[in-house]
Design a protein around this ligand. Sequence first.
Ligand code: FPP
Length: 253
Amino acid sequence: MSPPALISSANPVPPRHIGIIMDGNGRWAAAKGLPRLEGHRRGAERLIEIIDACIDGGIGTLTVFAFSAENWKRPLEEVSGLFKLGEWILRAHLARLEKRNVRLRVIGDISALPEFVRVPLEDVIKSTQDNTAFTLVVALNYGARQEIVAAAQAIATDVAAGKLAPAAVDWSAVEARLQTAGMPDPDLIIRTSGEFRLSNFLLLQSAYAEIVFASVFWPDFDKAQLQLALAEYAKRERRFGQTREQIQTSDQA
Ligand code: FPP
């Protein structure tokens, strides 16, 4: 098997799962005297490029933060523009996603989304559910705290119904009730625009993720920027609580 195109030989273990907080569309547009929605449109084009680069690079799963549970507070025009953009991406790129054997998944509460985007989204989730080359996870109306609360409620319900003993509530019981159930944890979280926050994105799943903050706004985050983030990831020693010596010994085994 040839090495993944995006990973330099210095990085023997590419991330299985990358999460991206695509930040800075508005500031990118403002800096150019353009409307905010133009920033989102350019951000959407960049997203398509980065999805292709991740597939070509042998990354198995990409989760992108497209609309947070808090983004409803934005002006109505921007919120509806974002959903129209989402619907357009689905329509314009569905054939390519299917051709590349991509499975689309969503995390977040999409029941609150307008029908014109929710219905095609549900159709694509269903029609791509058996695709295996790559999983694209779109976080839509997503918030990690909301996800954790829902998991806690599901556990409480099962305990109250006698299906689960309180002492049997362990991490795997929690994990199985998160919206990311069945997905690998993100190895790498990238946030663009020079902000240093996780903003309620995959908080539990990122417990051991490496975090890379890129200074460019999302519409400027191209393949070369992704390479830089992967190179930074490649320099990080992932110890998962162990010592360097233990890691080196287990690498040699
Ligand atoms: C953050 O930039 C970006 C978003 C809230 C939306 C991200 C959406 C896309 C890239 C397009 C794809 C859209 C969908 C719905 C699939 P910001 O607006 O917070 O930037 P700012 O902090 O500079 O204002």
